[in-house]
Design a protein around this ligand. Sequence first.
Ligand code: NAD
Length: 326
Amino acid sequence: MTILVTGAAGFIGAYTCRALRARGADVVGLDNYNDYYDPQIKRDRVAALCPDVDIRTLDLGDRDGLAALFDEVQPTQVIHLAAQAGVRYSLTHPHAYVDSNLAGFVNLLELCRHRGVQHLVYASSSSVYGDSATPPFSEDQRIDQPRSLYAATKAANELMAHTYAHLYDLRSTGLRFFTVYGPWGRPDMAPLLFSRAVLAGRPIDVFNHGKMRRDFTFVDDIVNGVLGALDHPPATDVAPPAAPHRVFNLGNHTPVELERFIQVIEAAAGKQATKVYKPMQPGDMVETMADTARAQAAFGFEPATPIETGLPQVVDWCRTYFGDKA
Ligand code: NAD
């Protein structure tokens, strides 16, 4: 029983590897260590969180390399977290999303299908809800009006996984993560950007004049959800048109206004933020909020970390990791 984790050097991937190792699982990872953000953070993160996991440097686009890895490792389960992430970057770098999130996803689906993988768990995103859903977002709401190419590729992943479940009985579970944060988090996202800027006395850009609400979800809660989903694969004896594929929201179920979020960072940093108010950015959503009832019923998902507990950990980590360069 070997579990393959893609994107293992990434933020959620490294925590997932750590949690899997803590329960004694055999884990092999892959990551291309790309430079969407400083790859040194990925190397340091792996050294800190999951130093004993064998992580191969491999791109999802390398079909031969991926096939050789499947032959060697013979994974029974796959947790797929590698992707080109980021809403704003997708406006300027569309091909990175096509390569990793669409072509790369098909490469992985093909191998899961042909090599008898028992369960594929993959990352989707709250961004799939786009303009068509009303908060709180439940999984039954429409996802056909994405606001960015990033969101469109995540919605496409759900359709592709459903297709493989339908055609080939490849069991899969899509997880719609809601704004994940924590120590070792992504430096392109608001929790780290704001924490570092406030610590260093730099101004922060506050989009939509601070009137955005985000369902910020602590990484430990997300990882609990990933493992819960992994342990509860969909049933195979479903009647068509259903297929052994399901999607779940994993969020905190408690949206926070940006201004409140900044106050918590200020308190943890012991400094006032210098705020520069800006209009809404193309591709952004005004509010996200997860309805988590389905994940709660299926595998007892229960987010436990409010921002008052989680954000100070981010600020402390930034202070330690970035030091004077924060
Ligand atoms: P991350 O960028 O830290 O991790 C992704 C990892 O995948 C990176 O280490 C990157 O080097 C690797 N990668 C990217 N393209 C690859 C490719 N073609 N081949 C091999 N490796 C590749 O991001 P994260 O925040 O840990 O996100 C993990 C997953 O969760 C992604 O699918 C992301 O879209 C999704 N997600 C994240 C959030 C969030 O708030 N962090 C929210 C919704 C969805």
